[in-house]
Design a protein around this ligand. Structure first.
Ligand code: GYE
Length: 325
């Protein structure tokens, strides 16, 4: 059974490559100019789905053949996908690491095979040099800082003297979770008005966001003044729970989110979210341009950050352009 499954997978991979090559420009021999293997984390959020679409779209634009694998939120699936890319001798490997640790072995294999690796969206933590070429993704620390700076302006404006915060974080040990938290905490730490009641892991999922919020409401009830949630999905899960508990989100509790997908912007317009820090999923163009440079043996920038902004009740939300994710 396992053998049959293996054969089936090999045939599928060959088909993917043939089909992908067929869409690209191709060289005279009909082989693609650049074959890029990309391991995506999963489909946990509108952000992630938008990011996958953007990468597919840009690959087509740049006539790059894409082998895309979805890891369904599991690191072991990402490691297996990277091994398949190596076996297939792709030109460049890219992946969005679900967590920061645990990549050294597979990336050493890629290095030994002479295949350059690009990190997309999230970073890794390693002691070894030269396992990856660059990271293309948001400045998550800055996003945390921007969220906290909004909060400080808001509590100044309301004249609040004591503020209790609950934090619903993204996946533990992931780069956005670590850095959004660090940026936020570093910015508020010296403000004596502010107290963190609890930080709780919501894994970037809507269902977990709801679960965490229920727990927080049961534990702290009306003493919660602020909900800082590391992504829109968890925020959208938390808001109905706040309403069910009899509070008005955006008024009784200040709601701060990150991503700024269309759904969250719509809820911002309803006044139930106070602030959303943008995190753009549109990293595909940079990815394709970087992959082409690497294939041509050119140097690439080690860190590429997109420029991001803040949407909040400080502006007229009617002016916000459709977000596209
Ligand atoms: O904020 C979240 C997603 O890594 C920036 O992952 C990404 C985060 C994003 O699932 O919605």
């Amino acid at each position: 059974m396992r053998r049959q499954l293996k054969h089936f997978m090999v045939i599928c991979m060959a088909l993917v490559v043939v089909l992908a090559g067929g869409c690209g420009k191709g060289t005279e021999q009909g082989s693609p100019e650049l074959l890029l293997g990309f391991s995506q984390i999963g489909a946990e959020s509108a952000w992630r789905i938008g990011n996958t679409h953007d990468i597919e779209e840009q690959a087509e634009k740049y006539s790059i053949s894409l082998m895309l694998e979805n890891a369904n939120q599991k690191q072991e699936n990402q490691i297996a996908a990277i091994r398949r890319f190596i076996a297939y001798k792709v030109d460049v490997i890219a992946f969005s690491p679900i967590v920061e640790d645990g990549w050294d072995n597979v990336l050493t294999e890629a290095k030994n095979a002479g295949i350059p690796v690009i990190l997309v969206d999230r970073d890794i933590s390693t002691e070894q040099e030269g396992l990856t070429t660059c990271v293309i993704g948001a400045d998550f620390y800055k996003e945390g800082v921007m969220a906290a700076e909004y909060l400080l302006r808001k509590i100044d404006g309301l004249g609040l003297e004591h503020v209790n915060i609950v934090e619903i974080t993204g996946t533990e040990n992931s780069t956005p979770m670590r850095q959004r938290q660090a940026g936020f905490m570093d910015t508020i730490v010296e403000d004596e008005r502010i107290n963190i009641l609890e930080s709780i892991d919501g894994d970037f999922l809507k269902s977990r966001g709801a679960e965490c919020m229920r727990f927080l409401l049961e534990t702290y009830g009306e003493s919660i003044d602020v909900v800082f949630s590391h992504n829109d999905e968890m925020t959208l899960g938390a808001i109905p729970e706040i309403e069910k508990a009899g509070f008005v989100p955006g008024k009784d509790m200040i709601i701060i989110s990150i991503d700024a997908g269309q759904k969250a912007i719509d809820v911002l317009k309803e006044g139930k979210i106070n602030c959303v820090v943008e995190c753009t999923p549109k990293l595909g163009k940079e990815l394709m341009e970087t992959a082409l440079k690497l294939k041509a043996g050119k140097a690439v920038d080690p860190v590429i950050h997109p420029v991001e902004q803040v949407f909040s009740d400080e502006q007229d939300p009617a002016n916000i352009e459709p977000r596209g994710y």
